[in-house]
Design a protein. Structure first.
Length: 259
């Protein structure tokens, strides 16, 4: 059914208030952490009554879930858009771009990164049927990149990723099937290990464990991202970094995070 003009205006106004609520929640996450997010605190920030907020989010958990979905969506959008700036047959560039942009998004959205990958919020349990599809987009992107390179005969994988215990193979295959990932087992294994490697470095950096390295924390990450691309037989080009800077300038407007 087509909406009336009044209904459209009402929906626009409702969306604007929802955005204000989310912005207030981000301010709380920045200053006090995700666990401090509450409808009462947000109501104080916005000069509203707490009951008024329930017209937009039925509970704190509903708001947290919306923030999580937004964060995963933003992250996946960055990754997909950046990779698409490179030619489909530039397998090395696209895989390296994925790894580099993963860090750049995290540096540009530290509160969202902490919400997704930091300390669990006490009392909050993410509804799998809502958050899982958003969370799985990132892995889907990198698996498609790997599968395209695999199908083109451009990559090789060490035995580490092909010869594994049957129980692990079966469990990973079950998890992949549940998520809808349809690629060879060895690619799943490599993607999981590579993701854990890069995710760990970003976590160490954002949570203050690499402060003694200063700006070199970024250099360590870039070297490791390149090493992961090289370990499957691809040769990344410095051209990828030029395109990365262009992408970041488009996203951030005020200049790249890259350091």
């Amino acid at each position: 059914m087509t909406q009336t003009r009044r209904e459209r205006l009402r929906e626009v106004a409702r969306t604007a208030v929802r955005d204000e609520i989310k912005a207030a929640a981000h301010r709380l996450m920045k200053t006090e952490g995700a666990a401090a997010v509450s409808l009462r605190a947000i109501a104080r920030d916005l000069g509203m009554t707490a009951p008024a907020l329930y017209r937009y989010y039925g509970s704190r958990d509903d708001l947290i879930t919306a923030l999580i979905v937004d964060a995963y969506t933003s992250q996946a959008d960055w990754l997909q858009q950046a990779c698409d700036m490179l030619a489909p047959d530039d397998h090395a560039g696209r895989l390296l771009m994925f790894g580099l942009v993963y860090r750049e998004w995290s540096l540009a959205h530290p509160e969202d990164f902490a919400l997704l990958y930091g300390t669990p919020i006490p009392g909050y349990h993410a509804p799998w049927e809502v958050t899982a599809p958003a969370a799985q987009r990132n892995m889907s992107i990198v698996l498609k990149l790997l599968d395209a390179a695999w199908q083109a005969g451009a990559i090789t994988l060490a035995e580490t990723y092909t010869r594994v215990p049957a129980t692990f193979r079966r469990k990973l295959a079950e998890a992949a099937a549940a998520a809808g990932y349809d690629v060879p087992f060895s690619l799943l294994h490599f993607a999981m290990v590579a993701w854990g490697h890069l995710q760990g470095l970003i976590s160490l950096e954002l949570f203050g464990h690499l402060v003694l390295l200063g700006e070199q924390a970024g250099e360590v990450y870039r070297l490791e991202a390149e090493a992961l691309v090289k370990c499957v037989g691809l040769k990344p080009s410095q051209r990828t970094y030029a395109i990365l800077r262009e992408f970041l300038q488009q996203q951030l407007r005020t200049g790249p995070v890259l350091n």
